[in-house]
Design a binder for this molecule. Structure first.
Ligand code: HEM
Length: 121
């Protein structure tokens, strides 16, 4: 079976989806403060590379592991509520783009698998 990356539509589709997803996260007043002071374009590139790798596409991810990358944010209060809100924006994005429920479930399962790393557990 083709990778999830391919079934989602490959590079252009993932880039478009992640950009749209990031807009939603940045527009969410309970999430935006966590991103204050960061280079959002650089972060978006890393997020695209991470998701590409996580969904079985080419591995060009050069960022840190998710535990290290989010440890400071956890100290600032990042928890399940924020994680769920981010995952919810991703789900809404994929729904808006017409991605099937089955593929959305696969995406959310993979992203959900990062929870313990993101939240330093
Ligand atoms: C849902 C699962 C998540 C994934 C897959 C994810 C993925 C990533 C990736 C790949 C990076 C880049 C790592 C690097 O800079 O080396 C990153 C950094 C970052 N993420 Fe997440 N993230 C998630 C959840 C969250 C949540 C819930 C928040 C806050 C609401 C968040 C805020 C940030 C911020 C602010 C950075 C920059 C940290 C820094 O450079 O010090 N992330 N994330």
């Amino acid at each position: 079976m083709p990778s999830l990356y391919e079934r989602l539509g490959g590079e252009a589709a993932i880039e478009a989806a992640v950009a749209r997803f990031y807009d939603k996260v940045m527009d969410d007043p309970k999430l935006a403060p966590y991103f204050d002071g960061y280079d959002i374009v650089a972060l978006l590139r890393k997020q695209i590379a991470f998701m590409t790798m996580a969904f079985g596409g080419p591995n060009n991810y050069t960022g840190r592991d998710l535990r290290t990358a989010h440890a400071g944010l956890v100290k600032r209060g990042l928890g399940d509520a924020e994680f769920d809100a981010v995952a919810g924006h991703l789900k809404a994005t994929l729904e808006e783009l017409g991605v099937s429920e089955a593929l959305i479930t696969e995406v959310l399962t993979i992203v959900g698998g990062t929870r313990n790393d993101v939240l330093s557990r």
